[in-house]
Design a protein around this ligand. Structure first.
Ligand code: ZN
Length: 376
């Protein structure tokens, strides 16, 4: 979902990042404020002031979104949910939770926290705008407060449409989940609304773009993103309900092919990688597991070193990214794979290699289970 990102600062212990795509939004917003909005609201000011106001407003808007996401994150942390960080990207911000809320109540509280923060910020800006007007504050300050009030309140209205995965969709999902006790059904309904809402945005956006409104293209893009996110979240949930609670040992292949550490790298390439087409091999020293060798490790070594160096020279030690315990949850294994972009993990019990887990086997089990459920 994300491209290159930059770490900005920490807030309440959460790392705030900005995705490269957000800089586009930042420039577009500053430009829209400086060229369209402020000159209309206050025609008497010099051009340089409009630009200063534009950049300041874009920065404060950025801060409003960060505070919205921090509110989600703070409540999530209270419920013990791990948060990887807060990232701003082209369509707004996201508090990256590595786990979903475990109950309808926690989902409701986490989802509603963001909109409440935005309403509070919008209300504060509205009060500043009204107070500033009455008290004769400098024009630019009053205008900026007015624009921020308008933006924060509009964002809440958009965000509270009950279309999953928007906050409103999450709120509705938690209510349906609580009501019927069926998370899958609640997700299907709200993701369906999300998908339909996305389609509506695309259609309206394209029509507006055709009649010459540039903002229409933006709407259509948001619609596409939303549709995609709704579909992915539903699939993710199906995957979770199928795999959660299943131990890794159920899916692993026992008796994996291992590589002795004394082997030369050339032999490893020719007799293992090119013969079996696996991307990872456990490396052993007699009975003892040393670690593993992957295609990425080989790429680090110049080709002319392949005959001279042994597998021992390129082996990567066993770590959380390349191994998992046999009694670990299959969903945890999947998360480990997706984090490290790996399709294979060593299954290790203590310091003994007991098997290999592949993404392919996990997904085959998943599609089989889905097929059986549809047949029911
Ligand atoms: Zn939110």
């Amino acid at each position: 979902m994300f491209g290159p990102r930059f770490k900005l600062f920490k807030l309440f212990g959460f790392q705030v990042n900005v995705d490269l795509s957000w800089t586009i939004v930042f420039v577009l917003l500053s430009w829209t404020f400086a060229v369209n909005w402020f000159p209309q609201a206050r025609p008497e000011l010099p051009t340089a002031t409009y630009w200063t106001m534009g950049v300041v407003t874009a920065l404060l808007m950025f801060l409003s979104i960060v505070l919205h996401e921090v509110s989600h994150a703070l409540v999530a942390r209270r419920f013990g949910l791990p948060i990887r960080g807060i990232t701003l990207f082209i369509f707004g911000g996201v508090a990256e939770m590595t786990e979903e809320p475990p109950t309808a109540r926690s989902e409701f509280m986490v989802a509603i926290a963001g909109p409440i923060a935005s309403i509070a910020i919008g209300g504060l800006c509205l009060a500043l705008w009204a107070g500033g007007q009455a008290g004769g504050w400098p024009g630019p300050v009053v205008s900026i407060a007015g624009v921020l009030a308008w933006i924060n309140i509009s964002l809440v209205i958009f965000n509270m449409v009950p279309a999953f995965p928007l906050d409103g969709g999450r709120v509705l999902r938690s209510v349906l989940w609580q009501w019927k006790g069926n998370l899958r059904w609640a997700t299907r309904v709200t993701a369906g609304i999300g998908s339909a809402f996305g389609l509506a945005l695309i259609v309206i956006g394209v029509l507006r773009f055709i009649v010459g409104d540039f903002f229409g293209a933006w709407m259509a893009l948001i619609g596409l993103f939303l549709r995609n996110a709704a579909r992915l979240s539903y699939q993710q949930l199906l995957l979770r309900t199928a795999l959660e609670g299943e131990p890794v040992s159920r899916f692993m292949k026992t008796d994996p092919i291992t590589v002795p550490r004394q082997l030369s790298v050339r032999e490893l390439v020719e007799d293992y990688f090119l013969r079996h087409h696996h991307k990872l091999y456990p490396v052993v020293d007699g009975d003892r597991l040393v670690g593993c060798a992957t295609t990425a490790d080989i790429k680090k070594l110049p080709r002319e070193e392949w005959d001279r160096q042994t597998v021992g020279a390129i082996v990567q030690g066993r770590c959380e990214e390349n191994s998992i315990a046999p009694d670990a949850d299959a969903m945890k294994a999947l998360a480990t794979m997706s984090r490290g972009r790996a399709s294979r993990l060593m299954v290790v019990d203590g310091d003994r290699l007991v098997g290999i887990l592949t993404l392919k086997d996990l997904l085959e089990f998943f599609s089989l289970k889905m097929e059986l459920e549809e047949a029911r």
